[in-house]
Design a protein around this ligand. Sequence first.
Ligand code: Q46
Ligand code: ZN
Ligand code: ZN
Length: 297
Amino acid sequence: MKCRVCRGEAFVKLPAHNAAFCPEHFDAFFLRQVARAIKKYRMLPPGGRVVVALSGGKDSLVTALVLHRLGYQVEGLFVDLGILEGDFSPASRQACEEFCAAHGVPLRVYSLAAEFGRGIPDIARRYPRICALCGVTKRHVMNEYTLAVGADALATGHTLDDMAAALFANLLRWDLHYLAKGLPVLPAEEGFAKKIKPLALQAENEIRAFAALHEIRPVEAVCPYAAEAKFKRYKRVLNELEEKSPGLKRAFYEGYTQQAHRFKEETARPPLVTCAVCGLPATNSPCTFCRIWRDAT
Ligand code: Q46
Ligand code: ZN
Ligand code: ZN
């Protein structure tokens, strides 16, 4: 198999693009693809400042590296959840620290234990739906931090596979609220930083190849609270379809981004109040985050 550009030995084959590339031309192709998505969905101004939510996984690390190489001012933010079982949080933190040191990306670590004297395992005893609360916690910290530093946006490492699987799941349930919110960009609003997903059009196999090319070493530890998600089944189904019809996943999701305005009126959410503790918009005051972590009542 030959590189589409230089006819040299191919390092990766991308059936969805009907192409194969050598390392050098794959690197350029991948950067170009992400740059195009950033422009198309108006994610960032040229050279803009962006906080990247780092988990230690390959998707978030690749997001940070691509934005950094495209000339944006990148800052990594890692939320240390204090999950010691399976060495999950320490190993994740180490993967972020090593990545940021290797690529000259500044890293901010927000440790729940340092801020509040406890972590996710401590509240898991009281709350059965721990992943929902962990999600609320991470989103709150990241939003608050991005607003505090005045960055243009908060970037997360969601991939085409994530976006397409979520779209598939939301369509199966005709969940109009989430169907209105599946775009690669959510604009800034009072109390909410702009949220962007620069890898929303990059498939898992492309991201894996890019990570391998740049010797990115993601964390291998798995969160002990992670359950076999329904989500994975949807990804599997989409991948089976993709194998028969290369490019289907991307067409499915890109088509949605052109039709998403049809669901717009469904974004109407419950009226928001201002949390008396943190000052951010929430459905209740104090907000869930302040109730859990700041013991606000
Ligand atoms: S870190 Fe937190 Fe995940 Fe662990 S407790 Fe659940 S939500 S599984 S991405
Ligand atoms: Zn080449
Ligand atoms: Zn609050």
